[in-house]
Design a protein around this ligand. Structure first.
Ligand SMILES: *Cc1c(COP(=O)(O)O)cnc(C)c1O
Length: 231
């Protein structure tokens, strides 16, 4: 089942890229495996998944040590500062940085470990009360502050669009995130790259790709519905 799901998502990505005149290689698929047991991740791996997204530190690090080391791990959930140390050196990218204090903790632990950590700034483009992330208006200021941290490398922006049955309603938010990235990118801030846009989930990743997503985070579309009651 996972194999078929994965292949369907792959095909949808290819088609969205074709519609948008983009290269398939410019969009990375992140298989969001939160709450799913290891054998399901192994199935996805066999189908071709190489990047996994998790939203809890403990779950990410547990899975990470049990699977082959050539996989990429992406932290996509809200992150507490006291847990940053467990992620450094293990994750390819932290997608959910939305405060200077969190970025400073990533700086501290990265410096200690002698590595640089790639991050994205999470933007609450749709201005939902329930969501983490900085506002569009605050983003440039935060980017400028974080850019001064030498062991933290900003690669772009991330957003979580509202849950919707009609993906077209989220197109405006994806477009806004891309415009914001282009705007900030044009200011040529030292130690800031605005090439990555992490946007689009199971319900709307094709629209996100049409609007410039370079990373799509797909969980349900690959692994099926999540059951939070058994955790
Ligand atoms: C759970 C989650 C996803 C995946 O959601 P699906 O709708 O299952 O594809 C993507 N991004 C974030 C930040 C998530 O927490």
């Amino acid at each position: 089942m996972i194999k078929e799901n994965f292949e369907r998502v792959e095909e949808n990505i290819r088609q969205a890229c074709r519609r948008a005149g983009r290269n398939r290689e410019d969009v990375r698929l992140i298989a969001v495996s939160k709450t799913k047991p290891l054998p399901m991740l192994e199935e996805a791996m066999l189908a071709g998944a190489t990047r996994f997204g998790e939203n809890k530190v403990q779950e990410l690090t547990d899975k990470c040590i049990q699977l082959p080391s050539n996989l990429e791990w992406h932290m996509i959930g809200h992150l507490q500062r006291n847990k940053v140390k467990y992620l450094i050196g293990k994750v390819a990218c932290i997608h959910s940085v939305d405060s200077l204090r969190l970025a400073e903790q990533i700086e501290l632990e990265s410096a200690k470990a002698g590595v640089a950590t790639d991050i994205l700034i999470e933007v609450n483009v749709a201005e939902e009360d329930s969501k983490f992330g900085v506002s569009v208006e605050e983003t440039e200021q935060l980017v400028r502050e974080v850019s001064r941290l030498p062991h933290v490398h900003i690669k772009g922006l991330m957003t979580i669009a509202p849950y919707t049955d009609d993906p077209e309603t989220n197109r405006q938010f994806f477009r806004k995130l891309r415009e914001l990235a282009v705007d900030i990118g044009s200011k040529n801030i030292d130690n800031v790259c605005m090439s990555e846009l992490s946007m689009g989930m199971s319900g709307d990743y094709m629209v996100a790709i049409e609007e410039g997503a370079t990373m799509v985070r797909v969980g349900t579309g690959i692994f099926g519905e999540r059951d939070y009651t058994i955790r």
